[in-house]
Design a protein around this ligand. Structure first.
Ligand code: NDP
Ligand code: MG
Length: 414
């Protein structure tokens, strides 16, 4: 252990919710690399008891949580007795209570409790679980006002934007409207200071194809991402560009920038992770080797930087950086997300729920890849937009939209 690390007396307690997934396991790698600066005090997953046990033995957390009660027996028998075991839905909030920083690496709407619970407890939320912010936006925004509550994004594009905004020039003459305080009084970018958020997109495995080429897309093809290795749900979302659509809404909610100022730029190499253009025409971009451990390390360490790089760019080997425009006629999920975002209120929750149902139906080989957008579009079409005043409202809209989307899947497949 380096002297620098040994001298670190302030171990930070991290709860990793969704520890067995792609982001969760990479978070644990960052915690290992932190050489004692971070400690995994809580590990929570849905049902992968074997991996949870392995992680618990290695990281010695204070508590382990498993949401799926039927998978808890294995842990009851095998988990070292000094580690507390919590089974069932309550494991999510028990995990939140155990940490100072909560890394929400749950996939899907199930992450809502973790997001709202962390913010209302006045803790730092290192947010990978974009679905909770998108579906619960009005409620999550209110929870951000709790003293001590803070969101530092893990999603690579939003982490990039967070870094670019932090590096913003002191824009003279910009109106001082502070939509959301990001974190720390030193970074208060205004809607007026930012002229565009440019979210980069790899384009997914089907970039350049037209609709007629996409009728026979297989599960294997859709699960093969050109630059990132991720969990199945986000990999499918990347293939339809719904992931980019969700990220547009996520950026709007995180940074308070209007939809007219949020653009998606196709950038196949995934070297630029996003950019901010300011009102004076300056564009600040964040470039790095594509590795999610960088944003994870950033979110855990912010406002400091993680002391270790995960890959460095060799500019002598980087011959070029390419950019393109997303094809909204072929990848209509991106257009649907803009539409739902602009409508606001319960529309993003409906979009998210319908998409989760449709992606699962595609993963289960019930519907084709092109039918994902069909299910989302029809669900949104038939949704009555309502205000979301509390978590119960969000849960209600999510449930209703899921039921509607399931019916549409049934209709398509019968
Ligand atoms: P994975 O599918 O790999 O992992 C999901 C994790 O969540 C697993 O630990 C799983 O447990 C757990 N989980 C699933 N359902 C529940 C539930 N109902 N309650 C509690 N835990 C649950 O997903 P990813 O790691 O790929 O993605 C996680 C989140 O991060 C998503 O929101 C995604 O959009 C976002 N993200 C991911 C990126 C990536 O590179 N993977 C990049 C940017 C954002 P179990 O293993 O037991 O099923
Ligand atoms: Mg992303």
């Amino acid at each position: 252990m380096s002297e620098h690390r040994q001298n670190n007396v302030h171990t930070k307690k991290v709860a990793v919710i969704g520890s067995t997934g792609s982001i969760g396991t990479q978070t644990l790698e960052v915690i290992t690399a932190s050489q004692g600066e971070f400690q995994a005090v809580a590990l929570v997953a849905k049902s992968n008891a074997e991996l949870l046990l392995e992680q618990a033995k290695q990281y010695q957390p204070e508590m382990v949580g498993i949401v799926d009660e039927s998978a808890a027996d294995f842990l009851k028998e095998n988990l070292p007795k000094h580690i507390e075991l919590v089974a069932g839905e309550k494991a999510l909030l028990a995990g939140v209570l155990a940490g100072d920083t909560i890394l929400n690496a749950v996939v899907g709407f199930a992450g809502l409790q973790v997001t709202v619970g962390t913010l209302t407890a006045g803790k730092r939320l290192a947010l990978a679980n974009k679905e909770s912010l998108i579906a619960g936006a009005p409620v999550v925004q209110r929870a951000r006002a709790f003293p001590g509550a803070e969101i530092v994004p893990v999603d690579s594009e939003h982490c990039a934007i967070h870094q670019c905004l932090k590096a913003k020039p002191n824009v003279l003459g910009a109106a001082v409207e502070e939509p959301y305080q990001l974190s720390g009084a030193d970074i208060l970018p205004t809607e007026a200071a930012v002229s565009r958020l440019l979210i980069t997109a790899s384009g997914g495995p089907f970039y350049g194809r037209e609709r007629r080429d996409l009728e026979e897309v297989t599960l294997e093809e859709a699960l093969t991402h050109p630059t990132w290795s991720m969990g199945p749900k986000i990999t499918i979302d990347s293939s339809t560009l719904m992931n980019k659509g969700l990220e547009v809404i996520e950026a709007h909610e995180l940074f308070g920038v209007s939809y007219d100022k949020i653009e998606v730029v196709v950038h196949r190499q995934s070297i630029i992770h996003s950019m901010v253009e300011f009102c004076d025409g300056a564009v600040i971009a964040q470039l790095s080797y594509p590795d999610m451990r960088l944003p994870i390390g950033y979110a855990l360490n912010y406002p400091d930087r993680f002391f270790q790089p995960y890959g460095k760019l060799d500019f002598t080997q980087l011959a070029r950086l390419d950019f393109g425009v997303p094809d909204l006629d072929t990848f209509t999920c991106l257009a649907l997300a803009y539409e739902a975002g602009r409508v606001g209120d319960s529309a993003p929750a409906c979009l998210n729920a319908a998409n989760e149902v449709a992606v699962q139906a595609f993963l289960d080989s019930k519907i084709s890849w092109l039918q994902i957008e069909e299910v989302v579009a029809e669900t949104l079409d038939r949704h009555n937009v309502t205000k979301l005043l509390d978590v119960e409202d969000v849960l209600y809209v999510d449930k209703e939209a899921r039921e509607l989307a399931e019916k549409i899947v049934e209709k398509i497949t019968s």
